[in-house]
Design a protein around this ligand. Structure first.
Ligand code: ZN
Length: 291
């Protein structure tokens, strides 16, 4: 299961404004909180947050291929003096089980305004690519009660959305936690170098973006603080293994460390070991050839 999360507005379009907040900021906050939760159930990508998906679709300049996903979920905040949550799907969407599930979960915080249908730009474009899509209007940014409830319960509200999506699709928790997500594309050192190059912003923004991309913020900030990647890095030596491949295999076999499957491969490689070599030893343990 692959899910694309999109924060509505941005790239110069603030979206609606109310009670001292800009919609574009709230949609980013929400997606950056939701993404790590949802990664316990699915592969989750976040649409580049320095862009505005709406204008990208209009200009035919979309940064991702919607067809690579099973679900596209776009986040907005409503305006106009109403109260509560609504979710929009395209007229072509056959089933709204997932959206009803999300609404039922989030209704512990907000009035449930139901699932509605309209072919908004981004979700319509996703649907034309053959992908189910939905647009969440989380609550009303110009309703002080709504915004206060949102701001005091960001975590719980994102958990409710996550639970709704997971239950709606029948997804199983894959056992990962927010802390153990391993980057699949770049090494921590490469990200540290990008931080030095100014690609990840500063302060809270940097933290949110690094976490949303699936990296461990503390690890990367630690490297940055040590000056790793400062002069354009990354260095060739990523991590220097401190144990032999056989030691690692023994830990896997006797202690159950390092996880299993893809997770094990990622962790073993991230620590600088040759996965095939480690796995070969594990297989020998399993076959009784080693103790
Ligand atoms: Zn909006």
């Amino acid at each position: 299961m692959k899910i694309l999360l999109i924060s509505g507005h941005g790239a110069g379009d603030s979206g609606a404004i109310g009670n001292g907040y800009k919609e574009a900021d709230l949609t980013r906050e929400l997606v950056n909180n939701l993404a790590p939760k949802l990664r316990q159930y699915a592969t989750v990508d976040v649409y580049p947050q320095d862009r505005d998906a709406y204008s990208d679709v209009n200009k035919g300049n979309v940064a991702v291929n919607f067809a690579n996903y099973n679900y596209v979920f776009e986040v907005h905040f409503n305006a106009g003096g109403g109260d509560g949550t609504e979710i929009w799907v395209t007229r072509e969407e056959a089933h709204i089980t997932v959206e009803e599930k999300i609404l039922s979960k989030i209704s512990q915080y907000f009035n449930n305004r139901g699932v509605k249908r309209k072919n908004f730009n981004v979700i319509a474009r996703a649907k034309r690519s053959g992908v189910s899509s939905a647009l969440l209007e989380t609550c009303f940014i110009d309703n002080a009660n709504n915004v206060n409830t949102y701001k005091s319960n960001v975590n719980g509200i994102c958990q409710a959305i996550c639970d709704g999506i997971a239950e709606g699709f029948g997804l199983k928790n894959n056992g990962t936690t927010n802390q153990t997500i391993q980057p699949t594309k770049k090494s921590n050192e490469e990200i540290a170098a990008e931080v030095w190059a100014g690609k990840w912003g500063t302060g809270e923004e940097r933290k949110n973006r690094i976490q949303a991309a699936g990296y461990d913020y503390n690890t990367i900030q630690g490297l940055v603080n040590k000056g790793v990647g400062k002069n354009g890095g990354p260095t060739n030596s990523t991590s220097v293994p401190s144990k032999s491949a056989l030691d690692v295999a023994r830990e896997i076999w006797t202690k159950g460390n390092w996880g299993s499957g893809d997770e094990r491969k990622r962790k073993v490689e991230a620590a600088g070991y040759n996965y095939n070599e480690v796995q070969k030893y594990v297989n020998e343990f399993a076959a009784g050839k080693r103790k």
